[in-house]
Design a protein around this ligand. Structure first.
Ligand code: GDP
Ligand code: IMO
Ligand code: MG
Length: 445
């Protein structure tokens, strides 16, 4: 076949531009009518992506959000840390609900495994941080950080090790010894036993084997055959291990550039970067948040965002902290991700507010900044500079056309795109797949 005959597909990367929970799952699901495959490329089951289809809610953590559309292939790329116990329970839950999973889920053999001691270490470390007064990160407690540490230290057990019982046993013994040493000697935790972990892993290996795959190569071939791929990011840019509000971050790169490395494909396959941005800001866990509002007190704007937005974590059930949209933080996300266009979500949550604020910069030690600084202590000391807009009384819930939005909502959105320097290509006005305004389709841009 000559190169002119090759039918290459078009691919879209979806990333969160804030501290996660921007509505990535909803938007990925909405776009799967144009995709042949969806691939997760980082994070693990710390993610909680909620989809609502004709009023029925599904929460996904590790399985790509393409699973709810028949016939869409779902891939877990090498950049994802996989807890096999969790994965099997998620598969089971979906299959019980009538969704076919096993025949179209492909798990990269290179994924590092999350094993029970990673969870113990994660929890014990958080408890120690709290009791020693150094302040906890507020992790999801799923073992994500410790599993990525083992990967980087080149001692991780990977999905492919499950196919080789002796190799698995040897590596497990060494790794468990190390973690038990830390757990008992330093972290005030308890040691775990080898045998139950090994037996359980070998049992799960039999179920997982048919789904193990060379995901990067599969994606390459699918792309050459003309398939459209959707890269589904988890967490958000401000939680990125390098670019986020360190150390209050997750342990992977959540930015679009990592979609290639974490899925096992070349960067030439990333065509359109779709940034998902909530019309305000939320954050779960600890760490600086310049535009945070008082959100627990009834009658406050923060309380409105928290309750109308139903801002409760999908994974841990924790309340999400709430605040105004931070365009100066978004500006950094837009640059780092090379955002092509944005989907602004949860616009409907702003309905009924008398006025709406957007942070356009910060005052810090007598200086004015137009972008989020890199130092966590500086971020914590930043005083937001706001622009204020009149709100609207009409309901935007479920609106599907730009022209049907209240004038003040359109003015707010137009000003957001002018300040952040990226076009708003989509607006989400409700949790359901159908509650979406399309201005420019990422697969047709
Ligand atoms: P993700 O982690 O980025 O996929 O986001 P989550 O699913 O954790 O959180 C977003 C929440 O907002 C979910 O409960 C969604 O169902 C809901 N949601 C998404 N888009 C909208 C929207 O436009 N309006 C409203 N009211 N809810 C939305
Ligand atoms: P989705 O994909 C929001 C946060 C945790 C904690 C920090 C580190 O649903 O947007 P970790 O367990 O990853 O070591 O925790 O990161 N966090 C998220 N916050 N949405 C997420 O995912 C998150 N995944 C991790 O709350 O502050
Ligand atoms: Mg979430």
């Amino acid at each position: 076949m000559s190169s002119s005959e090759i039918a290459r597909g078009r691919n879209v990367v979806v990333v969160g531009t804030q501290w996660g929970d921007e509505g990535k799952g909803k938007v990925v699901d909405w776009m799967t009518d144009h995709a042949d495959g969806v691939v997760r490329f980082q994070g693990g089951h710390n993610a909680g992506h909620t989809l609502v289809i004709k009023g029925v809610k599904t929460a996904l953590q590790l399985i790509p959000s393409g699973i709810m559309r028949d016939g869409v292939a779902c891939y877990i790329g090498n950049g994802v840390v996989v807890d096999p116990t969790h994965l099997l329970s998620e598969i089971e839950r979906l299959e019980k609900a009538g969704v076919e999973v096993r025949s179209r889920l492909y798990i990269s053999e290179s994924c590092p495994l999350i094993l029970p001691f990673h969870v113990e270490v994660d929890k014990a470390r958080e408890a120690l941080r709290e009791s020693s007064g150094s302040g906890k990160i507020g992790t999801t407690g799923k073992g994500i950080g410790p599993a990525y540490e083992d990967k980087v230290a080149r001692r991780a057990l990977r999905v492919q090790d499950l196919k080789h019982p002796e190799r698995f046993a040897k590596k497990l013994k060494e790794l468990l010894e190390l973690h038990n040493f830390a757990l008992t000697g330093y972290l005030n935790g308890k040691a775990l036993e080898f045998q139950p972990i090994y037996d359980q892993a070998m049992k799960m290996a039999e179920v997982l084997k048919p789904m193990m795959a060379d995901v990067g190569y599969m994606l390459h071939k699918a792309h050459l055959a003309g398939a459209n791929i959707l890269f589904e990011g988890a967490q958000g840019t401000l939680l990125d291990i390098d670019h986020g509000t360190y150390p209050y971050v997750t342990s992977s790169n959540c930015v679009a550039g990592n979609a290639a490395a974490g899925a096992g494909v070349g960067p030439q396959m990333l065509h359109y970067m779709l940034g998902i941005t909530k019309a305000y800001t939320t954050r779960v866990g600890s760490g600086p948040f310049p535009t945070e509002l008082e959100w627990e007190k009834e009658g406050t704007v923060g309380y409105h965002l928290s309750t109308v937005g139903q801002e409760k974590g999908t994974v841990t059930g924790r309340a999400r902290r709430c605040g105004w949209l931070d365009a100066a933080a978004l500006k950094r996300s837009i640059i780092i991700n090379g955002i092509t266009g944005l989907c602004l979500t949860k616009l409907d949550v702003l309905d009924g507010l008398a006025e709406i604020k957007m942070c356009v910069g910060y005052e810090l030690d007598g200086r004015t900044l137009d972008i989020l600084p890199l130092d966590g202590d500086e971020i914590a000391a930043c005083q937001p500079v706001y622009e204020t807009f009149p709100g609207w009384t009409e309901s935007t819930f479920g609106v599907t056309e730009w022209d049907k939005l209240p004038l003040n909502a359109r003015r707010y959105l137009e000003r957001v795109q002018a300040v952040i320097g990226a076009p708003i290509d989509m607006v989400s006005t409700g949790p359901d797949r159908e509650h979406t305004i399309l201005l420019r389709h990422p697969y047709k841009a």
